[in-house]
Design a protein around this ligand. Sequence first.
Ligand code: NAD
Ligand code: TDX
Length: 332
Amino acid sequence: MRQLLVTGGAGFIGSNFVRHVLEHTEDSVTVLDSFTYAASEAALTGLDPTRVQVVRGDIADATLIDAVLAGHDAVVHFAAETHNDNSLVSPAPFLQTNLVGTYTLLEAARRHGTRFHHISTDEVFGDLELDDPARFTESTPFNPSSPYSATKAGSDLLVRAWVRSFGVQATISNCSNNYGPWQHVEKFIPRQITNVLTGSRPKLYGDGLHVRDWIHADDHSSGVLAVLDRGQIGATYLIGADGERSNRQVIADILRLMGRDPDDFEHVTDRTGHDRRYAIDATRLRTELGWQPRYADFEAGLAATIDWYQEHEDVWRPAKEATEATYAAKGQ
Ligand code: NAD
Ligand code: TDX
């Protein structure tokens, strides 16, 4: 029975991980979250209060972090600024949270001797060509494209340095694109589902041939737990479920599953520096730690996600209008 500190535990994947831990372990959780626009209190309601407590605060607040970390066996670090499009408009919060915040947590983990697991992304590796047979592995060199992915790559490097220089007991996982319930409407899949639900058309950046490697958030959580439990200290594990699909294909899937014409979408202004393709080779996680995804069928997972957004308008509706206004101002 461990006491885990989960940063960013009120966000999309962090809250999924908290529910996963409650269901699959005896551990208790402290969520540390500053409740930015991306957080959701509702994602944590109804959880067993004897096993979950929530602390509101910033991961870059060294005094707070030092006090909160005491008494915890491990930190699972999800908190971040996460949206590429936002990082192109205003990079400063990405540097502050993703770099200074991660540094602050690492220093506290060093002082307290706390086990540390860092959550990262496949975007640190840059992108692949559409016709390249290669996929990212643990030894692919970093080559990030956006302010978001550059700060995530920087945070991964800080973790590696704190392992080597200070002996911090850390692991890292880099996961591909997640989907599932509770994702903010600014992100691709929820944006398109809620566009259809609000009577507007899905919006495809550029030619839409860009490929993302989709994984259900539940499978990301089980991968993180496997690394936390059995991962080799100092090692990096890639998490992915062989879910490569073009954005155009995903929009067609959403439209079809929602009973619409699969061509009923709009092309909008492309993202600057838009990565072409991500693809993960998760062999290490599968063979070394025996991990397997539960959602082998993307369309079934997508259909369940569509149902969730249909049933939870109260959750996403408050942010929808402002999010669309921000996109519209950029021709997206
Ligand atoms: P999200 O944007 O939904 O949630 C981020 C959470 O972090 C929010 O609850 C927010 O309030 C909190 N937060 C932000 N700044 C903070 C700060 N300074 N102090 C405390 N809390 C703060 O993000 P997500 O999609 O759930 O991503 C979680 C993690 O997973 C991130 O580290 C991200 O880089 C990584 N990741 C995401 C994906 C994906 O597809 N979404 C894929 C791979 C990796
Ligand atoms: O309206 C849209 N239309 C569109 O074509 C939006 C919002 C996005 N897109 C495209 C851009 C990407 O090719 O869809 C793809 C997915 O976009 P996002 O949901 O913004 O994800 P991405 O930029 O791939 O990054 C995501 O995966 C890796 C997460 O946001 C990151 O936090 C994670 O690290």
